[in-house]
Design a protein. Structure first.
Length: 340
């Protein structure tokens, strides 16, 4: 029994030496500024093989120790010695895994962004309620960031308002403390961000467009600019919960009243044709905006075609040259005395 135990200890010593040498190589590679993942993978495979052989020998040795008469002291010392190697193996494997994950994350970040973006600047709010949605959509990221203390959020809020404006007066009416930050935000929303207030503002804007169109006698307007303006106001109303599906019957007549006469006539003709082929009501805000969008595309294609077949620059230069000669000739005839 004693001879067999001695042989197992000799065998274990060789395994431990081999394991320690490999562990040292792995530690040296991990300590490098830029470790080689391929080399780490090879060393991890090697140390795993050495550890498993060491564990097999250790298990057999432990069983032999337990068969001895006085086993408590010998077993405890041997167990603690074996645990050190187990801890070293677990720690090295964990470090290699973390390094691999970091490398994957770095590569993904590099693929997503191979250029440096400019630093974003906070949009400053002056107190114009029309600008509140844009302002809050940006500042909300700061407001919802749990890692930023409220006193710092208050400083960001002070920087995000235009000095000496209504918004600045509201924010500056509170001392810049952590406790007052949520109060200042609530007051800003109450003054400039109430849904009922913003809805009234955008609806009144639509009404003002109707009045402007009526005053101009429905003359020809810049249709792309009109469409962009209408789309912006409708999207703003949607962000406030006034969707096209729910408020189409109210918004559709307003949008129709904003259109130039020739576009409105074309819209009516299209509705008459659609009503003959479809059972559901075609006069909805969605259909109307799609129709205007198609009209805008058509107008842009016409402008493109006209621009593409305009006079060649060389022709214009020749025409200008001939025109200058004729003008000079006419002036000469006007200034030369006539002979009778």
């Amino acid at each position: 029994m004693t001879m067999e135990l001695t042989q197992l200890k000799t065998q274990r010593k060789s395994y431990r030496t081999s394991f320690t040498v490999c562990a040292k190589k792995l530690e040296e590679e991990l300590m490098k500024e830029v470790p080689e993942l391929k080399k780490l993978a090879i060393l991890k495979s090697q140390i795993s093989d050495k550890f498993h052989r060491l564990e097999t020998c250790q298990t057999e040795l432990t069983n032999r120790i337990l068969e001895l008469d006085d086993t408590e002291t010998a077993y405890e010392e041997d167990f603690l010695s074996a645990e050190e190697y187990r801890d070293t193996y677990s720690e090295l494997c964990s470090l290699v895994e973390q390094m691999s994950l970091m490398e994957v994350s770095t590569n993904e970040s590099y693929e997503r962004r191979k250029f440096k973006l400019q630093k974003l600047e906070l949009k400053k709010f002056s107190g114009d309620a029309k600008e509140y949605l844009t302002f809050w959509s940006q500042f909300k990221k700061i407001d919802e960031d749990a890692s930023i203390p409220n006193e710092d959020k208050f400083q960001y809020l002070l920087q995000a308002v235009v000095p000496k404006t209504k918004a600045a007066r509201v924010v500056e009416s509170f001392p810049a403390t952590a406790e007052n930050y949520p109060k200042a935000i609530a007051q800003l929303k109450e003054r400039f961000g109430r849904e009922d207030l913003l809805v009234q503002i955008y609806v009144r804007d639509l009404l003002s467009m109707v009045m402007k169109n009526a005053a101009s006698g429905r003359s020809k307007t810049d249709l792309p600019a009109l469409y962009d303006e209408l789309e912006g106001k409708i999207r703003a109303l949607e962000s406030l919960g006034r969707t096209q599906e729910k408020y189409s019957e109210f918004l559709c007549p307003l949008v129709e009243s904003c259109l130039p006469e020739e576009i409105l006539l074309a819209w009516e003709r299209s509705q008459n044709q659609r009503s003959l082929s479809e059972t559901k009501n075609p006069r909805t805000l969605e259909f109307l905006m799609n129709f205007i969008r198609q009209e805008v595309k058509g107008e842009e294609m016409i402008n493109l075609a006209r621009a593409g077949f305009g006079p060649h620059p060389g022709c214009r230069r020749r025409d200008n040259y001939r025109s200058s000669i004729m003008n000079s000739y006419n002036r000469l005839n006007q200034t030369t005395p006539q002979r009778w």
